[in-house]
Design a protein around this ligand. Sequence first.
Ligand code: B12
Length: 365
Amino acid sequence: MIPMNPHPAAPRRADPPEPDDPELGERVPELGWPVGVVSERLGIAAPTLRSWDRRHGVGPSLRTAGNHRRYTELDMRRVQLMARLTAQGVPAQSAADSVLGMDARAIADRLAAVGGAIGDGLRDVHDVHGVHDVPGVRGEGAAPVGLGSAVPDDDAVDLVEAIVAAARALDARTMSLLYRQVMRRRDVGRAWVEVFAPALRRVGDLWRDGRLGVQAEHLTSELLQSELRAVVRANRLRVAGRPVVLAGADDEQHHLPLLALEAELARHGVASLFLGPRVPAEALVSALRESRPRAVFLWASLARPSAEPLWRDLGVVDWPLEVVIGGPGWADGIVAPRGPVVLTRVEDFGSAVRALASDPGGLTR
Ligand code: B12
């Protein structure tokens, strides 16, 4: 038997979990796997494996007494995920930061989600995209932003991961390229539901858990705002008619869902009067009286006060107005003021679009 020594040298941002952690069911093989076997099993060239170990710290956690590298099963899964991320166009360092920040459970979940048991799944990524030629990532500007046709996809999970990795690395260029890749292959509604909202949730959770700085959250949302606005601009000649009003509730700084809605509505030819975040109730009511829209959408991520001034102020509305509210901040059981206001609560993006579009049939255009 070859005596094993823990590899003390390479500094790791997140140490691998204890190999015999019972929760993970992970056991160090009696003999770890040498580079050649890992290369064979995963279909990754040995020099690439050595380079990932040397430069990025993603490698074997064991060495023999003779200093030969030995990979555990967990090391292999980490490498496998790294390969998937780099195949998505994530720079190696960002991918390494991401996989080194994950525990065994998170890595297993990511791989399971993309069908990546050891020994399978890699070649399909290589075959479909080509490791160094990911469509959309490097071929910037090939298709109009946000106007791509809806094609079935199975890589949303990888894209979410790649965006989160770029956020953690504050890698603005990669993040923008990923956003464009997402929208090149999906319309903006699908992009929001399948990739952007899940990525935002992950970023928010990492921030809450102290594993990502607020600067990364800002970067993620700032760049996404640009991309969503580009969709609005690209569709500016399509929109017509009386605009619907889109606004964030008073004191509500989160407004990405409003931008995504504006973009999707624009795609369907629906004009919006976009008032942005933190719209005081009084100002909103003034805007409604001036523009007399058919519908207004209000977003709230943060919990609204129980005495919402808006419901009282809406009493002045004297034309048929549909007030659509969305976001987790709204309490249950809100009652619309008497009069011509109809209050609708929507739970998801698609319902919001349907509620706001004047011509629901147009949604299939
Ligand atoms: C980006 C972001 C920011 C950015 C906002 C930039 C911008 N222009 O919007 C910045 C950095 C400014 C920010 C600030 C803050 N943030 Co913030 N932020 C986020 C983040 C990451 C994304 C927000 C977003 O766009 N959400 C949209 C989707 C992803 O939200 P969702 O709740 O998951 O959506 C649900 C439904 O609404 C539905 N859905 C999804 N999309 C859509 C679309 C439509 C139209 C509809 C109808 C439904 C729908 O599906 C989901 C349910 O399954 C969230 C994380 C999160 N989970 O939302 C935190 C989050 C909302 N923020 C949070 C906090 C605490 C703050 C701050 C208070 C922090 C602080 N101390 O300063 C401030 C808020 C200040 C204020 N007064 O508003 C918390 C809120 C916790 C809570 N419930 O109270 C969150 C949840 C992070 C977390 N996990 O803790 N934030």
